[in-house]
Design a protein around this ligand. Structure first.
Ligand SMILES: Nc1ncnc2c1ncn2[C@@H]1O[C@H](COP(=O)(O)OP(=O)(O)O)[C@@H](O)[C@H]1O
Ligand SMILES: [Mg+2]
Length: 462
């Protein structure tokens, strides 16, 4: 894009005259150059950071050989400067390879040299930077009400590991503790009274003792009524995330604020962030719906609607070129369906969840009272979700101009039953939608989309 085109676009977006935009742009570039020329880095929150790095002056003998000592005839070369640009989270490089966001260094160096910026030679460090980028390790952590999922590995081969975000307690005895140890079952001691068994093993214990596994989170956030909750979450995170000495980047998911309501997101986010930092990471939160956009909508330039239908809530985000336009959550999701169906069929929610996960098929007629109720509550959840999305778009004041229809992608365990997408599509098409939608589809891997999206966010953040 040329400067002239940029001015035209900004004028169209802001309603300012091209003349005013031109003056602002000149002022902006002037200030940028001035700061960089003085060796000062420029940080534009959400966009990225220009960093000026000074490379130590080298001494050289007159014959051009590098000096090792204090021989006479030595000349000192000017200190050199390198300029690096590090894209921020909301600026995802839309180039061919995700591993090359920093190759823009060469371009920036060229611009600065052409503009006669003082302070030494600008070096193209893109090659070295690319290597660092590829070697760097980052991780994405989906902290969900039902499950905690870690994404790690490399860009071309992202790996995921999952632990149930649940626990059971059994009375303490030395004997039981030894059995747990021998079987390598992770547990924590709660004083000398109880053994807390958490993560994937908790389900086995809950089934064997015929008790309900408990949850450290409720509706997407730390459950203040669960005394062991925080201890359990830390223990599960530690099963997945190893301690780091290198301040590696990790992004973790947080829910959006409930539509039309307040939630104590700040506390939830702060606790997890602090804990990950205590494990030696640079930690940053990512909205769960946005994480779905990162994971699923690369081909659409990260433009579209990401939805995660989990246990505690459905999270939604509309993003334009990776920048979130709005996000919100509704608290009807898998747990709501389990509880509501249990209430009208005189069953316990755990039993309903098992039936739902093992055999629910929303594409065929319900065959018993359980399925009947599940169909009804699934439809009700989808209707609430679609209506909330419709209202949010209609009320949004900063909706970008969309020049083409955008996709909707849905992930999360609640979107897994066969026939879910057809039900969604049917309800979606019942009424007009305020923006044009190109397709509605399910993520290829609905249970790991959020973690993979967090991984991608961490990679761009690092
Ligand atoms: N195959 C399945 N069919 C229907 N529901 C499922 C299936 N697998 C998981 N779920 C439901 O998905 C929800 C958990 O989804 P998940 O994305 O893991 O949630 P969270 O983000 O809350 O951790 C639970 O309500 C669970 O019962
Ligand atoms: Mg989730």
């Amino acid at each position: 894009m040329t400067k002239r085109e940029l001015i035209t676009q900004v004028a169209a977006r802001t309603g300012l005259t091209k003349r005013s935009v031109g003056r602002c742009l000149d002022g902006l570039l002037g200030s940028l150059k001035h700061s960089i020329a003085q060796g000062r880095s420029v940080k534009l929150r959400g966009f990225g950071q220009f960093r000026v790095i000074r490379v130590r002056a080298k001494s050289q003998s007159r014959d051009g050989q590098e000096n090792t000592g204090q021989e006479s005839g030595k000349v000192v070369l000017k200190a050199r400067y390198r300029l690096r640009f590090r894209p921020g989270q909301s600026l995802v490089w839309l180039g061919e390879s995700r591993a090359k966001p920093l190759s823009s260094n060469a371009e920036i160096s060229k611009v600065l040299i052409e503009n006669n910026i003082s302070g030494g030679t600008m070096n193209d460090t893109s090659e070295a930077q690319d290597q660092t980028q590829e070697e760097a390790s980052f991780q994405g952590l989906d902290v969900g009400t039902s499950r905690i999922v870690l994404a790690s590995g490399t860009f071309n081969n992202i790996k995921t590991q999952t632990q149930l975000n649940a626990f059971v307690t059994v009375p303490y005895s030395k004997f039981t503790e030894n059995i747990l140890k021998q079987n390598k079952i992770p547990y924590q001691l709660n004083g000398s009274k109880e053994l807390v068994i958490f993560g994937n093993e908790s389900e086995k214990f809950a089934n064997s003792f015929n008790v309900e596994a408990r949850r450290p989170m409720y509706n997407g956030l730390l459950n203040p009524n669960e005394a062991n909750g925080w201890l359990v979450i830390q223990s599960i995170i530690e099963l997945l995330v190893k301690k780091s000495k290198k301040q590696e980047m990790i992004c973790f998911s947080v829910p959006g604020a409930p539509r039309g309501g307040e939630a104590n997101l700040v506390y939830h986010e702060g606790m997890i962030k602090n804990y990950l930092q205590s494990l030696g990471y640079s930690a940053k939160s990512v909205n769960e719906g946005l994480a779905v956009v990162f994971a699923e909508l690369e081909k659409d330039n990260f433009t579209g609607i990401g939805i995660s239908c989990g246990g505690g809530m459905c999270n939604v985000c509309l993003a334009f070129m990776s920048v979130p336009v709005f996000s919100f959550s509704i608290s009807k999701a898998g747990d709501y369906i389990d509880t509501a169906v249990a209430a009208v069929t005189s069953e316990v929610p755990t039993r309903i969840r098992v039936i739902k996960e093992e055999s629910l098929d929303l594409s065929r007629q319900p065959k018993d009272k359980y399925e009947n109720a599940m169909h009804i509550y699934y439809e009700e959840m989808i209707l609430t979700l679609v209506e909330a999305l419709r209202s949010e778009i209609s009320e949004s004041r900063n909706l970008p101009k969309l020049d083409r229809p955008i996709p909707i992608v849905i992930s999360g365990g609640t979107a897994k039953p066969k026939g879910f997408i057809d039900k969604f599509d049917k309800i979606f098409k019942q009424n007009d939608f305020p923006i044009k939608v190109s397709e509605v589809r399910i993520s290829d891997e609905p249970l790991t989309a959020t973690a993979r999206g967090c991984y991608i966010a961490a990679a761009y953040e690092a």
